[in-house]
Design a protein around this ligand. Structure first.
Ligand code: ZN
Length: 261
């Protein structure tokens, strides 16, 4: 059984910025997919913003077990209809991993329901990630802490809901700290946010980061069949109640009616 992963790459700075293109000549999405494909349990393909429907058609999402998302400069160009399709897939059981500046992506903000804001600084400073949950599957095979010599700083307060689990915290050379690995459940879908990955630094070539990506794909995978309609809200008429009850008082709705949305 192979876990089918789709990596969405915005693919903007790789085309426009020479530094980013030199670090990721095939695009960040391809480097991420290559890292995932080094794990025999994973099979990763890529899609980009520039494809029709960003490559994320209903068929593609139906055959995606875990969707990875990297975006930064063009969050606003992601079509709202595709965002709704992604969010519904997560509610139905698709796993999703948001990387770095995806904290401001439309699907992440939609799933979190909060501003998802943070403080930041682009100074190539050292980031030290600490495991806060040593037995967590996303932290498997990692040392208790590891460093990225050059990273963008993201600092608290991070405007997200309280997570299910915090897997990593980061310390930055300038003094800030940040909750850099957070898990969520949204509907039937497992969601993970992982902070590192600014595009002007070689973060996705780092062996420890690649271990996190592989662990996250395995963790986010939900083997249960997808829920067909995760937003279904059926009416249960009196006659179908599990225990016999007598109807009392006035009502607005007919048996089996759709109800208001
Ligand atoms: Zn960044």
């Amino acid at each position: 059984m192979t876990i089918r992963v789709t990596v969405f790459g915005e693919n903007v700075h790789e085309q426009k910025n020479r530094v980013v293109a030199s670090i990721y000549p095939q695009g960040m999405h391809q480097t991420i997919a290559d890292a995932l494909n080094a794990d025999p349990a994973l099979s990763a393909e890529t899609v980009t913003l520039q494809q029709p429907e960003h490559g994320l058609t209903a068929d593609k999402l139906a055959e995606t077990d875990v969707l990875f998302w990297w975006g930064h400069a063009a969050h606003g160009d992601v079509e709202d209809a595709v965002v709704e399709r992604i969010v519904n897939a997560v509610w139905s059981g698709m796993g999703m991993v948001f990387l770095h500046s995806a904290h401001f992506s439309k699907p992440f903000k939609r799933l979190m329901g909060t501003p998802c804001n943070l403080t930041w600084r682009e100074a190539g400073e050292r980031e030290r990630l600490w495991l806060t949950s040593v037995n967590h599957p996303i932290a498997a095979e990692l040392p208790n802490h590891f460093e990225l010599e050059n990273e963008e700083m993201y600092g608290e307060p991070f405007g997200v809901p309280e997570p299910l689990e915090t897997v990593f915290v980061s310390w930055f050379a300038g003094g800030e700290v940040f909750r850099s690995g957070l898990t969520y459940k949204r509907g039937a879908g497992n969601v993970f946010y992982f902070r590192p990955g600014h595009e002007t630094y070689p973060t996705y070539h780092d062996a420890n980061v690649q271990t996190v990506l592989k662990n996250a794909a395995r963790w986010a995978y939900n083997p249960a069949p997808r829920i067909a309609d995760p937003s279904a809200a059926p009416n249960v008429p009196v006659k179908d109640a599990l225990e016999p009850i007598e109807e009392r008082g006035p009502r607005l709705h007919q048996d089996g009616e759709e109800g208001y949305r």
